[in-house]
Write a protein of this length. Structure first.
Length: 561
């Protein structure tokens, strides 16, 4: 059960412990790796990868063009797993050479995968982790090594060229039907086998039953994890919450344990448990009555925001699991991330019951070292200075569903309960824009909402226009009886010349400004900053950039240019 304060979160001082300097060093190294990845993505990565990027670009990429109706269902409309199995067979079935944890779910997959990967690394295991999408370079999707570094350009290039003959033959034999995701998934499995990982944490791309990752057999599977079930990709997954649950429960394998994150609606949890029963698979719920998780307070330590939590697991039925983690300090913020940490903890305890050497100390250390770029990430003052910001904080989060908007709203309320607030939002066209807007506007009401645009996986076919998004946000505000002023199209160079409505309205704390801008995200941030600076308040302002991991990617690329 998740226990959270109803109205506010206390601010507490984080005491320094022996490992704090190590955590800081890991954080610094992580930023350096991201900076290096960004530089390569902008300039020499194509050359470094030696033809890999060009070959992949020729494959059908559903992240860019959108997934067909019914593609993720276990039906005649679903993706053909047969071609994925044939491809892997030609590559020597690399996925049969390591153990795996398979993770599916609407939200929380990447965070749970990161938590679990770091727990296992702290236990001394050689871990591979496969996730999607990426922010700055496709190499981020495959992580290896003690610190979970993105696969090196050299290793990815050599693996690709070593397999290129088989890949080209397979593409021809499959009449060009192999997709970008299928080929890259096969390369990830090949890399993990070549690097002799002890275990791989595999995130499903779409659904579960017909996802390219769902070739893992029960002989290789250590556990299945289902984080959450929501109404994303409905058309591709059958059109209902029940069909989504059925598609995602397709990763459950005969006799292998299943960890449910949740919380889930009773009827949805029943679908998963029924599937597990048919497969004779034991079920562990991260919402079991024997689990207590408490978010205690939020604090900043050396410009590093963290939340202090307790996780206590005491499950005595079936597979007995037990751990007490008091005053856990998580970089990953929000109640939803605490729930993801509980899910990862239950999975780690389940693995421990199977003979994996995972101590309580490893679980604590793994949870505490985990941070993901673009997930409730506060940029440091130095990083925010790339946009010329003064006395304004910058929070970036790839939220794009109603549920993730709720998580982001809770983090905003926790970390910035008072002071000026602005939202910069760009979204893909296949999201529930109205529900997303209503959820964010139901939390701390922003002073400014600026809608903008971003490319999706390098293309514009799935991009929502900024003007259309603005109209949806106006409707959401009106539905919630929020007073607003429509600024229309906003241009930075006009603000200082023509501020007769923009700046005057800022003195009215009950009125929200809303506008749109077709410009790079850094221009939108500067517009919001200039508008916020006209607010006559003692607290510093906060600008939140959200709506898609793709706009987050664009922002981080600007930071590390």
């Amino acid at each position: 059960m998740l226990h959270l304060p109803k109205m506010s979160y206390p601010i507490c001082h984080l005491g320094r412990r022996g490992r704090s300097s190590c955590s800081s060093l890991i954080s610094q190294l992580s930023w350096r790796r991201l900076r290096s990845s960004s530089a390569m993505a902008r300039g020499g990565e194509g050359e470094e990868l030696g033809g890999f990027s060009e070959s992949m670009e020729r494959l059908r990429n559903y992240e860019r063009i959108g997934v067909p109706r019914g593609a993720g269902t276990d039906s005649g409309d679903g993706f053909d797993l047969g071609r994925m199995r044939r491809l892997l067979r030609r590559l020597g079935d690399p996925h049969a050479l390591f153990k795996a944890v398979h993770i599916a779910g609407t939200k929380g997959k990447g965070s749970s995968a990161a938590f679990l990967s770091n727990i296992l690394r702290e236990g001394g295991y050689k871990v591979g982790c496969y996730t999607s999408p990426h922010l700055l370079t496709i190499r981020e999707r495959i992580s290896l090594g003690r610190n979970g570094d993105p696969v090196s350009a050299e290793l990815l290039r050599d693996t690709f060229h070593g397999a290129k003959g088989v890949l080209d033959q397979s593409i021809e034999l499959e009449n060009g039907a192999l997709t970008h995701f299928e080929v890259f998934t096969a390369l990830a499995f090949l890399l993990f086998s070549q690097e002799k990982v002890d275990i791989a944490i595999i995130e499903a791309g779409l659904g579960g039953a017909r996802d390219a990752t769902n070739v893992i057999r029960n002989s290789e599977l250590a556990a299945s994890v289902l984080t959450s079930i929501g109404e994303e990709h409905l058309a591709a997954l059958g059109g209902s919450l029940e069909s989504v649950a059925m598609a995602k429960s397709g990763i459950i394998k005969q006799g292998r344990p299943v960890i449910i994150g949740g919380p889930l609606e009773e009827k949805i949890e029943r679908i998963i448990k029924d599937r597990a029963s048919v497969m004779n698979s034991p079920v562990i719920s991260a919402c079991d009555p024997g689990i207590r998780s408490i978010l205690k307070c939020f604090a900043r330590d050396d410009d590093e925001p963290r939340q202090t939590c307790d996780i206590v697991v005491d499950i005595q039925k079936d597979m007995k699991l037990s751990i007490k983690l008091h005053d856990l300090k998580l970089h990953m913020l929000g109640a939803h991330q605490l729930q993801n940490a509980v899910t990862a903890t239950c999975t780690a305890l389940c693995l421990s019951k199977q003979g994996w050497r995972i101590s309580d100390a490893s679980i604590r250390a793994g949870l505490e070292r985990t941070k993901l770029h673009g997930r409730n990430q506060f940029l440091t003052q130095k990083e925010a200075s790339a946009f010329g910001l003064q006395e304004v904080s910058l929070l970036v989060d790839g939220a794009h569903t109603e549920a993730s908007a709720k998580g982001l709203s809770d983090v905003i309320r926790m970390a910035h309960p008072d002071g000026p607030l602005a939202l910069v939002v760009a979204m893909a066209s296949d999201k529930d824009h109205l529900a997303f807007a209503q959820q964010l506007l139901s939390g701390r009401r922003p002073d400014i909402v600026l809608l903008t645009e971003t490319s999706i996986s390098g293309g514009k076919s799935r991009t929502s226009s900024a003007s259309a998004l603005k109209n949806i946000w106006i409707k959401a505000a009106q539905d919630l009886s929020i007073n607003l002023i429509d600024l229309g199209a906003v241009e930075l160079h006009k603000l200082s010349k023509d501020n007769n409505c923009s700046f005057v309205s800022m003195s009215d704390n009950e009125t929200m400004l809303i506008g749109y801008q077709v410009a790079p995200v850094n221009d939108s941030i500067r517009v919001c900053s200039q508008l916020l600076q006209s607010k006559e308040q003692d607290q510093n302002g906060l600008i939140v950039v959200t709506g898609s991991l793709h706009i987050v990617s664009s922002l981080l690329a600007a930071v590390y240019k």
